[in-house]
Design a protein around this ligand. Structure first.
Ligand code: MCA
Ligand code: AMP
Length: 492
């Protein structure tokens, strides 16, 4: 595990990264990322402006080569969320592309420009071609801090070690027979585990190629998968859009049918979309189950005896998984019926939440991590997820969104007296964010803030994907005797 990316040295001529505007071989990536790594030097922590560009991929590799923890930032993050992340993670430098315009909150950081043309010639005389390829760096040292929402309060930074990343990627190699000859296609955002760790670092660890679409589109998937792509990663919203397009798009049918592996994750892929894709292409989408804090826990294996839509497969090598009942006792049954909370342990786990020992302690039951996901196990060991413990966590477009965080943002709008946020089923996004608002001006509907204004308010303070998709006005929120909002009554 000492060397995270052996292909940087061993196969310099093979293709590594392909983005719409630019491609790099492993040799080019080694030169460019090596030069950036030397400039990162001894920074204590670096932020990464994680736009969907090759600069983000190079910046992440550079930080890993330098052995300096990197904090990927969603370039669309609003001012409050960004201020929290920067304040909490305290980076000393910012990695960004030459054309990236960054908000004022980041201007005080030492900017390290990721220059895709500034490779080997920048290396000082006699410098090692690649600093810190892993030899000498403690595998348990922090490699990345990825921010993730909880039910209340601002997002927490999950600290991921080099070992956790390598362990999880190698477990997927085993489950998916992932080789250097694979060509992965995706259009996922690059500031989360799915797009960045699995979707960029995954292929690079294998010595394989990744083709990033810049942004997801059905046409982009058809083009790149049809032109030599062997694997596709996506969230269920992306597979839903592909499924809906299949009836009128023979090139897309051919592209999906010809892929070696179609993988969905981050949320449940509805059976309806599974069935549409299988009926049109003959392929079964493989689901894997993970979390920012645990990286990947289970997957349907490529050598599974039969397709299992609706199942997230079996625990990956090195992952111990148990179900626990309400009293905290392990559930022994493999009967496809007895529900328990999923708990996991293994070298794939995060090291804790940054600056939040309280939240870290709460997240564990001994050395078992409590995922909050509810599941059953089938007689053959396959796990099926059936729900989530917290109703205040919403999964929309594959993004995890905490209701409390949005409620706090809405309450800061002058037109809002009371606010509650719930998730409702949505055929495209899985769930959509609904805001229930008691306006300040109860008696004058014309003085209410518009739904668009509230959406823009949340997008500007937090992130666009957290904005309410629908706003419903009430004269009062239903509350119980303790004054707590009864969200079930709202939904009914
Ligand atoms: C619209 N937009 C706005 C507003 N309205 N911006 C600001 N204010 C507004 N009021 C913009 C959006 O920013 C976006 O811009 C565009 O309009 C469309 O917005 P939206 O409808 O939200 O996006 P979409 O095109 O429908 O996105 C669907 C999507 C996306 C592409 C599927 O949800 C997505 O990329 N999801 C991936 C989530 C993910 O990677 N999760 C992994 C975390 P623009 O189009 O320019 O962006 S989970 C994880 O990592 C674990 C480990 C796991 O298991 O995987
Ligand atoms: P995040 O914390 O954003 O990384 O999201 C992790 C959560 O996404 C998990 O706890 C699950 O609830 C959900 N998730 C991930 N993969 C799947 C999947 N294949 N099926 C259902 N839910 C999933």
């Amino acid at each position: 595990m000492s060397d995270l990316f052996p292909a940087l040295r061993s196969t310099p001529d093979r293709p590594a990264l392909h983005f719409p505007a630019r491609s790099l071989t492993y040799g080019e990536l080694a030169a460019v990322a090596g030069a950036v790594a030397r400039r990162i030097g001894a920074a204590s922590r670096v932020a990464l402006w994680a736009a969907p560009t090759p600069h983000t991929a190079v910046g992440a590799v550079a930080a890993l080569l330098a052995g300096v923890p990197v904090v990927p930032l969603n370039p669309k993050t609003g001012e409050r969320e960004l201020a929290h992340i920067v304040g909490d993670s305290a980076p000393t430098a910012l990695l960004a592309g030459p054309d990236d315009q960054v908000p004022a909150a980041l201007e005080a950081l030492d900017r390290i420009t990721v220059d895709l043309d500034g490779g080997a010639d920048r290396a000082p005389q006699g410098a090692a071609p690649l600093p810190g390829d892993g030899t000498g760096i403690d595998p348990t040292a922090p490699a990345m801090v990825v921010y993730t929402s909880g039910t209340t309060g601002p997002p927490k930074g999950a600290v991921l070690s080099r070992r956790a990343i390598a362990t999880s990627l190698d477990a997927l190699e085993d489950a998916w027979a992932w080789t250097a000859d694979d060509v992965l296609v995706h259009g996922l955002p690059l500031f989360h585990v799915h797009g960045l760790i699995l979707g960029i670092l995954g292929p690079l660890r294998r010595g394989a190629q990744v083709r990033h679409l810049g942004r997801f589109s059905v046409d982009g998937v058809a083009r790149e998968l049809g032109d030599g792509g062997t694997m596709l990663f996506g969230v269920p919203t992306m597979y839903h859009r592909l499924a809906e397009a299949l009836a009128d798009d023979p090139a897309l049918v051919k592209a999906l049918a010809g892929a070696r592996l179609l993988v969905s994750g981050s949320a449940a892929l509805p059976l309806h979309d599974h069935n549409l894709i299988t009926a049109a292409t003959g392929r079964t989408v493989v689901e894997r189950y993970g979390m920012t804090e645990t990286l990947m826990n289970t997957s349907v294996r490529v050598d599974a005896p039969q397709p299992r839509p609706g199942s997230v497969g079996v625990p990956l090598p090195g992952v111990e998984l148990r179900l626990v009942d309400e009293s905290g006792a392990p559930v022994a049954a493999y009967d496809g019926e007895t529900i328990g909370e999923v708990q996991v342990r293994g070298a794939n786990l995060f090291s804790g939440y940054l600056n939040r020992p309280d939240a870290t302690a709460e997240a564990f039951d001994g050395d078992w991590f409590r995922t909050g996901d509810m599941a059953v196990r089938d007689p053959d060991g396959c796990v099926r997820l059936v729900g989530r413990r917290a109703t205040d966590l919403i999964k929309s477009g594959g993004y995890k969104i905490g209701a409390g965080e949005i409620e706090n943002a809405l309450l800061d709008h002058p037109g809002v007296r009371e606010a509650a946020v719930t998730g409702e089923p949505d055929p495209d996004l899985g769930e959509r964010v609904i805001a229930w608002i008691v306006p300040t001006e109860l008696d004058d509907p014309a003085a209410r803030p518009s739904a668009d204004a509230l959406a823009a308010h949340v997008a500007g303070l937090l992130s666009p994907h957290k904005r309410p998709r629908e706003v419903r006005f009430l004269t009062a929120l239903p509350r119980n005797d303790m004054g707590k909002v009864m969200k079930r009554a709202l939904r009914e």
